[in-house]
Write a protein that binds this ligand. Structure first.
Ligand code: HEM
Length: 461
């Protein structure tokens, strides 16, 4: 059987750095071009060869065999530095136990309670915006989803300063994540300012979350939030299912998994609506007809079909998790090639979603494509698939649909420039410097904005 060496190598690799330069410069272009070289293509990340799987059927094979294609590779190595052994990063042998322990936190009966927190926060945020204000969209959405995750994870037991500290440390962590993933490991050990700040942020984050977990375990009551569900889960013998350290790992995992991904998705969705006012109008009419003057809540979700399709289509064009890796836990055969134990295997949901042989007019935003249509099998994987599929997919879709509905119900979104928007590819795929102007829908504005963009209070008269 041909070995890994027989797999074609992608052009553009240089000694020592491998593909780090094209990966840092335009990773989406690089991963999208790989399918032209074969179903499997070799790429060099840091000092290691990575086998990129370009064919959706082979990706499925990898995802369904999570014992052999285990979590691993640069993404998860960096993830473990930050999150310890949580559900996202843990190897196969810990996974079934940890997944079962987290299941109650995502029971459908808990979703309405989480949604109440989500809509309340989305409503509060959209009320603070002013007529004509130009939003820094990613910052706004990040603040919203961090607060949504912190409040659904820890209810309201968190002092504002603590929540702010978690957010700040978290942002340092997210910024360092992708850089550390693609450069040779040696560079990550140099005591540079960036590396020191990254390590400090992890240390502080673990300490802050550790204090919260310890207080919650001592208290023992069910607060109806994610953390109570995690703390309350027991093993088959009825004893607490997780150690204190595992609870910290898991709380951090949910914080990391649920914030930047959903913030990026909401930001892209707002950008797409600002570019497609006809779809924005449809979403607005749908939301208004569902809520009929009452605040948007979980009971309206089933009626928000177009809004949900906008989120689905956004996740197709801009899947927040644009690249994933695995590592072979044993010698494995893939597409007729023999991969030795320890081989890093990667695939890109972004590249699969943009293939014109799998999606009609793949680069065009068309939320209506999801109405009653079935996609080609395995061609839509924003939440991955198999045993390691996203556990928060329903949570994320609920959060994004309700938040987008709340935004559009109150504000119209317009671009402030016609320069094309570029993605910023970090751990998540995020729009770079997205700014949008908001204009009130129908309620008379309480404030007006001067030509310079300053906010002025409206005269009381
Ligand atoms: C739009 C938002 C989101 C996207 C695009 C997303 C995407 C993903 C993807 C692709 C994976 C699989 C990773 C892999 O196969 O290696 C994953 C795993 C996971 N996600 Fe999400 N996610 C989102 C939101 C959330 C939220 C809100 C939560 C929790 C509150 C969450 C919790 C998790 C967990 C716990 C896992 C690990 C599952 C396991 O290995 O058993 N995610 N997510």
């Amino acid at each position: 059987m041909p070995t890994i060496q027989a797999i074609p190598r992608a052009p553009g690799s240089v000694p020592l750095l491998g593909h780090a330069v094209p990966l840092a410069r335009d990773p989406l272009a690089l991963v999208s071009s790989l399918q032209n070289h074969g179903r499997l293509v070799r790429m060099r990340m840091g000092t290691k060869d990575v086998v990129v799987v370009c064919d959706p059927e082979l990706i499925r094979k990898v995802l369904l065999d999570d014992r052999v294609f285990d979590k691993g590779g640069p993404l998860f190595e960096r993830g473990r530095e930050a999150l310890g052994n949580g559900l996202i990063t843990c190897p196969h042998h810990d996974h079934r136990r940890l997944r079962r322990l987290s299941q109650p936190a995502f029971h459908p009966s808990r979703m309405a309670g989480y949604a109440a927190v989500m809509t309340d926060l989305a409503d509060t945020m959209t009320r603070t915006w002013r007529e004509g204000q130009v939003l820094d969209v990613v910052d706004e959405m990040m603040a919203l989803t961090v607060e949504m995750t912190v409040r659904t994870l820890f209810t309201d037991s968190l002092p504002r300063a603590t929540a702010a500290r978690i957010t700040d440390d978290f942002l340092v962590l997210m910024t360092g994540f992708f850089r550390r993933m693609i450069v040779p490991p040696l560079l990550n050990r140099i005591p540079s300012r960036g590396n020191r700040e990254y390590s400090l942020a992890i240390e502080r984050l673990r300490k802050t979350v550790g204090d919260i977990v310890a207080a919650r375990r001592a208290d023992g009551r069910d607060h109806g939030d994610l953390l109570s569900a995690l703390c309350g889960a027991t093993g088959p013998d009825g004893a607490p299912g997780r150690t204190g350290a595992e609870l910290i790992d898991e709380a951090l995992t949910f914080l990391l998994a649920g914030t930047e991904t959903t913030a990026a998705t909401l930001s892209w969705a707002m950008h797409l609506l600002s570019q497609h006012p006809e779809v924005e109008g449809e979403v607005y009419r749908e939301v208004e007809s569902a809520r009929r003057g009452s605040p948007l809540d979980f009971s309206h979700l089933a009626q928000l079909e177009t809004t949900g399709d906008v989120i689905k289509e956004t996740l197709r064009l801009y899947p927040a998790v644009w690249m994933l890796t695995r590592v072979t836990a044993a010698e494995a055969e893939l597409d007729g090639f023999l991969l030795p134990k320890g081989t890093i295997v990667a695939f890109s949901p972004y590249a699969v979603h943009r293939r014109s042989d799998l999606h009609e007019r793949a680069d065009v935003f068309n939320p209506h494509r999801w109405r009653g249509s079935s996609t080609v099998r395995d061609s839509y994987i924003p939440f991955s698939a198999g045993a390691r599929k996203c556990m928060g997919d329903r949570f994320a879709l609920t959060q994004a649909t309700l938040a987008l509905g709340a935004i559009v119900s109150r504000w119209k979104l317009s671009p402030v420039t016609d320069r094309p928007l570029r993605p910023s590819v970090k751990a998540s795929l995020t729009p770079r410097r997205l700014r949008l102007r908001v204009t009130a829908r129908d309620e008379p504005p309480l404030h007006r904005v001067s030509a310079e963009g300053d906010v002025a209070e409206r005269d009381a008269a």
